[in-house]
Design a protein around this ligand. Structure first.
Ligand SMILES: Cc1cc2nc3c(=O)[nH]c(=O)nc-3n(C[C@H](O)[C@H](O)[C@H](O)COP(=O)(O)OP(=O)(O)OC[C@H]3O[C@@H](n4cnc5c(N)ncnc54)[C@H](O)[C@@H]3O)c2cc1C
Length: 525
């Protein structure tokens, strides 16, 4: 059995951050960008601390569509505007897609998606576009896309409206569990020596001789104030990046606007277990995905201008919008009561304050360095987190004048759970007596660490947290001991994904999760 991460309780990291010696790099924010940056930096031999105000992945990074993709939408834009930089963006993301699947095979897999076509005129357009997607992927391509006739489209995705269906294009992208990937990245950084402190908020920055020198951090569990010194600082606070920039310079021009993206979750009747659906154009020109995910059906997303708030919620209007479109494309009736969970994520749209056209909003990432040396990473997408992190650390090395720094080593770095991952490992768990759904789930969520969770389960924690879902009581204890979880929300939202799948089931499980957390580790905070 591969040993679980040592020293992965929050209390270990709380102790380690209280040092007078400056870190090489302090990262603010524990989403994909911040965790990725911490991992990249430790892979170069830097001394790194990361502080996250809430939990790992508590912001946008747990609320994505869970696709590892080059962006079919961006490709369309590239073709329409004949924009080489957009083509490069798609190509690079497709390359990263392959790396993610290789470096975290337990959490990522290829997913076939059908694009249904109800008008013959659309066929050559969509077909050419998706063939171009294959070409841009080059050697990183997952499988070739192809036209499927109406019968095959319906066979692949039986819920699809049959009337008027001409056929579809079948293409492939990657799918993953975003929050668990985020945790795996942060734990991989912690295993290599990074201090990763959650529930710790940056409330101010300090400067020495006109240069950034550290941050004031409030431990949100104890209320204590800490001064953390560092030679370079990275601002990876997602939608809150402008607030951090104002700690550095109260007159800083905003870089971000936000739009909200809502997903709803339905049960497994609404999608086949192994194929997704891409609705290429809704009534107002948006893209809608319908995806099988952890035994349920994920549908989204909307795109509406939105204010930056903690824990954004899906509005009834946004939920209605999604259901209305499902009715249009579905032969299976869907009603409001079918919605088991709905969540909203904030997409930060970035304009580089240094760019000549500051009004231009881009989905690409921007690395911005302030006069005092604050490195802000904003925008981009989950799929390209590794590349974004490498760019960010390079900027931080320059801004902090750090010497003797090795090149990034993340291209081949297997994330926690991946190193000894055996693709057939679920069979071993099933042989130990686990139900098939639990065996599959543990195998994919924990990779080569699944046996450690199983050992806890076999020590009296094998009960499910909620009927019909594969999450076990053992995971609560494991999350607290080895995955930096502290609160019931950390466990229910981002170590297991119960709260994202079924809000009522998560609410019902909360007292038991709280009791297990209290019993298992009184010193975890
Ligand atoms: C609806 C939606 C769907 C998406 N779908 C996809 C997809 O399918 N595929 C894909 O590749 N990309 C997708 N994306 C994009 C992707 O989710 C984001 O690019 C990515 O998650 C951004 O990560 P981040 O770390 O920059 O931000 P966040 O995840 O928001 O992380 C920022 C963190 O900073 C913390 N923080 C804020 N202030 C402070 C402070 N003062 N002190 C300490 N910490 C602080 C926050 O708590 C938060 O955890 C989607 C985005 C949205 C909105």
């Amino acid at each position: 059995m591969t040993p679980p991460v040592r020293g992965a309780r929050r209390s270990d990291h709380r102790q380690a951050i209280a040092t007078d010696e400056p870190f090489d790099l302090l990262v603010i924010g524990g989403g994909a960008s911040g965790a990725g940056t911490a991992l990249d930096a430790v892979s170069r031999g830097l001394r790194v601390a990361l502080v996250e105000r809430d939990d790992l992945s508590a912001g946008t990074s747990s609320r994505s569509t869970k696709l590892i993709h080059g962006g079919v939408r961006y490709l369309e834009k590239a073709v329409k505007q004949l924009d080489r930089s957009q083509f490069a963006l798609v190509r690079d993301a497709l390359h990263e897609r392959a790396l993610l699947i290789r470096n975290a095979p337990h959490l990522c897999h290829a997913l076939p998606l059908v694009t249904p076509l109800y008008d013959w005129v659309q066929v050559p357009y969509v077909m050419t576009g998706l063939k171009l997607y294959d070409v841009l992927a080059g050697r990183s391509n997952l499988h070739s896309s192809r036209f499927v006739n109406a019968r095959e489209a319906k066979r692949r995705f039986p819920q699809l409206k049959a009337q008027g269906l001409r056929g579809g294009v079948l293409y492939y992208d990657g799918q993953f569990d975003d929050a668990r990937m985020n945790v795996a990245i942060a734990l991989s950084a912690a295993e290599r020596g990074a201090v990763v402190l959650t529930h710790a908020e940056v409330t101010g920055l300090h400067h020495e001789g006109g240069r950034l020198a550290g941050a004031t951090v409030r431990d949100r569990l104890s209320g204590e104030r800490l001064e953390v010194r560092a030679r370079a600082l990275v601002n990876a606070a997602g939608p809150y990046a402008d607030a951090i920039r104002r700690f550095d310079d109260p007159a800083a021009e905003p870089m971000l606007t936000a739009s909200s993206g809502v997903h709803v979750v339905l049960d497994e009747r609404f999608a086949p277990p192994d194929t997704g659906l891409l609705i290429p154009k809704t009534e107002d020109g948006r893209v809608l995905f319908l995806l099988p995910w952890l035994g349920s059906t994920l549908v989204g997303t909307t795109d509406q201008p939105a204010p930056v708030v903690d824990d954004p919620q899906a509005t009834e209007g946004e939920i209605e919008y999604i259901l209305r479109h499902l009715e249009r494309y579905f032969d299976v009736p869907v009603v409001r009561a079918d919605v088991k969970a709905a969540w909203s994520g904030l997409r930060p749209l970035v304009s580089d304050p240094k760019a000549s056209d500051t009004a231009r909003l881009s989905r690409d990432h921007v690395v911005h360095v302030s006069e005092t040396g604050l490195v802000t990473i904003a925008g981009g997408k989950w799929t390209t987190y590794r590349r974004m992190a490498a760019d960010t650390v390079e900027a931080a090395v320059k801004a902090g004048r750090l010497d003797d720094v090795r090149p990034s080593a993340t291209v081949d770095l297997k994330l926690v759970g991946a190193e000894h991952f055996d693709a057939d490992g679920a069979a071993g768990l099933a042989a130990r007596g686990y139900d098939a759904d639990v065996a599959q789930y543990l195998h994919h969520a924990y990779g080569d660490r699944a046996a450690a969770v199983a050992e806890l389960a076999e020590a009296g924690l094998a009960a499910r947290l909620a009927p019909g879902y594969p999450f076990l009581e053992a995971e609560v204890v494991y999350a607290q001991r080895f995955e930096l979880a502290v609160t019931a929300q950390d466990v229910l939202h981002r170590r297991t994904r119960l709260a994202f799948l079924d809000a009522a089931a998560a609410a019902a499980a909360t007292p038991r999760v709280e009791a297990l957390l209290a019993e298992a580790a009184p010193s975890a905070a």
